[in-house]
Design a protein around this ligand. Structure first.
Ligand code: SAM
Length: 297
């Protein structure tokens, strides 16, 4: 099939609120965007920078694979974004360009102390370290974004060898592979088929015994209950809808790790979690994003 991928690029004015980025990200994810890029100068700086954009303007770009459902997806996107403000545009992008862009900005990183995330096409800088080698393709998750980096550091503090963990919203499979390298038995799930393919490829390249399911936490098999931990790098809005289902999978005293929360939205996410008896044991911040570890009652 021809490698074509339309890119829906969205740009708002200087007065756009940070929370707007979160809503738009949630909207893109809900419509099946496998990857997002941000550039706003203050909220969520990615390595990727669009030279044509005036600095300091919030910007988020989503990539959607062309498929038979593109027309209806495009219509839903237009309707959903009509009230978000700002301008947006759809332009075709060669998939090879997209893959190339990732390769250009994806480099070996050690977000915490132990796990290295290394592009599949590079030699690991520390062959003795815990190495996760990735080809993210069009899925989110290279370890260079703050939300992922915070999660890897929290996993390093939380995972004990032999424990059972679930990665919800696995993207490239990065957090599942990190938890496995730390000694856990791991399962992973993602709502997006493109992410599921990427995660399965990366899991297979490591010969890791990680099952990757497509869907939400509700689609994870019933055998995956009473887990020691669940890691979910989603968005504030998705977490507000899903947190109870995520916490239900965890045994009493186990851990729920959450990321993808823009700083301004953290109190709003924390309120229902606290009401449900979950106690934060670590709250970390980086580049305007919050990630937290919570103990499940
Ligand atoms: C921000 S990315 C995180 C990727 C990777 N785990 C990381 O930390 O870099 C969020 C992922 O969650 C997926 N997703 C969105 N909503 C979801 C849901 N309700 N259940 C499962 N996956 C979801 C998206 O398809 C996307 O791959």
């Amino acid at each position: 099939m021809t490698a074509h991928c339309p890119s829906a690029a969205l740009q708002g004015g200087a007065d756009v609120q940070a929370a707007w980025l979160d809503d738009v990200s949630a909207c893109f994810y809900a419509l099946g965007a496998p990857g997002l890029e941000y550039e706003d100068g203050m909220v969520a700086r990615a390595d990727w920078v669009d030279e044509d954009l005036p600095p300091g303007r919030p910007f988020v770009r989503a990539y959607f694979p062309v498929g038979p459902d593109w027309e209806s997806r495009h219509r839903r996107l237009t309707a959903a974004l009509a009230c978000a403000g700002g301008e947006w545009a759809v332009e075709p992008v060669q998939e090879t360009d997209w893959a190339h862009a990732w390769q250009k900005f994806f480099h070996a990183v050690r977000p915490g102390r132990r796990v290295w995330v290394v592009p599949a096409w590079e030699a690991p800088p520390d062959p003795e370290g815990l190495i996760v080698r990735l080809d993210p393709g069009m899925a989110f998750g290279t370890g260079t974004h703050a939300t992922t980096a915070l999660m890897i550091a929290l996993l390093e503090e939380s995972v004990e060898p032999g424990q059972r963990w679930l990665d919800v919203g696995t993207g490239s499979g990065i957090l599942a592979l990190a938890a496995w390298r730390l000694g856990a038995h791991v399962g992973a799930v993602d709502i997006d088929p493109v992410a599921v393919d990427a995660a399965r490829r990366n899991v297979a390249a490591h010969e890791a015994p990680i099952a990757v399911w497509q869907g939400t936490v509700r689609d994870v098999p019933a055998s995956e209950w009473a887990l020691d931990g669940v890691a979910a790098n989603l968005t504030a809005d998705i977490l507000l809808g899903e947190w109870r289902g995520l916490a239900d999978r965890v045994r009493p005293g186990g851990r729920l790790l959450l990321s993808g929360i823009i700083e301004e939205r953290w109190p709003q996410v924390l309120a229902p979690l606290g009401g449900g008896g979950l106690v934060p044991t670590a709250v970390r911040r980086q580049d305007g994003w919050v990630a937290a570890a919570l103990t499940v009652p």
